[in-house]
Design a protein around this ligand. Structure first.
Ligand code: MF3
Ligand code: CO
Ligand code: CO
Length: 251
């Protein structure tokens, strides 16, 4: 691997492990009765303690350090004094900026006991992301990634959100290419070694359509059905890929 790629992979891994470390901290405090602002505070402090910046904070006017998207919120939920209750599912999305590079990751958290159907949605979403990651290597088409996710999710009766996508990432938070989570095999640009991007499927229990609330950020399912999302930042290699945002505890 060239010297340039080596540096970008190393730096993204450092930023990515801070972001996933923040989520590991969140996992320790998630329970019925906490507010999404408390989650935001944990993320802000963890990232700060690691001498990094939270990329979402003030990004295009976003007011907080992470996104907290509960139940029918698809993505970009704004932390607030909203209290999480037994049975809720919530995505927490964190992006750390360290020494000029970004690491972007999100996970679903269960608040107390959740329903079996919510559990199934979360599992299908995670599996679709990991299946897509497993096919990535130099020369794969972007459409192969989308198709892998869409096929898995639809086989379980769920739908893929089309209004948001994964993205190239590096010294810039969001850059080319757009990584769609649906599509046809063999279509779209080919990815190549050294590319760094996110895979972050948003999967709805009902219809795929979304709308954005008046706060200008919060995206929700149009039919109010539950939605789930996971996100990893990955780097493409000759015969596979490196995941930069694995959990520091579990993996
Ligand atoms: N982390 C989100 C992503 O995966 C972006 C959040 S932008 C914000 O791309 F402003 F809403 F925080
Ligand atoms: Co992202
Ligand atoms: Co993100």
């Amino acid at each position: 691997m060239s010297k340039k790629f080596k540096e970008s992979f190393e730096k993204t891994k450092i930023a990515g492990s801070i972001a996933s470390g923040a989520l590991d901290e969140v996992s320790k405090i998630i329970k019925p009765g906490i507010s999404t602002d408390q989650i935001d505070k944990i993320c802000y402090e963890f990232i700060n303690d690691h001498k990094a910046y939270s990329a979402p904070l003030f990004y295009r006017g976003f007011p907080k350090s992470c996104c907290t998207s509960a139940n029918h919120v698809v993505c970009h939920g704004i932390p607030s004094d909203k209290i999480l209750k037994e049975g809720d599912i919530v995505n927490v999305d964190v992006t750390a900026f360290k020494e000029g590079w970004h690491g972007d990751t999100s996970r679903m958290f269960k608040v107390g006991e959740i329903s079996i159907k919510a559990e199934k949605l979360i599992n299908a979403t995670y599996e679709s992301m990991m299946k897509a990651i497993s096919i990535i290597k130099d020369g794969v088409h972007l459409g192969d990634i989308g198709s892998t996710i869409q096929t898995h999710v639809e086989s379980q009766g769920f739908s893929v959100v089309q209004d948001f996508c994964g993205h190239g990432i590096g010294q810039t938070f969001h850059k080319e290419p757009n990584v769609l989570h649906y599509g046809e095999k063999g279509t779209g640009d080919k990815i190549s070694s050294g590319m760094i991007f996110t895979i972050e499927p948003m999967i709805n229990m009902g219809n795929y359509q979304t709308k954005t609330l008046n706060d200008g950020w919060t995206a929700v399912t149009k039919d109010k059905s539950l939605s789930a999302q996971f996100e990893h930042t990955i780097g493409v290699t000759k015969d596979g890929c490196e995941i930069f945002t694995l959990s520091n505890t579990k993996n």
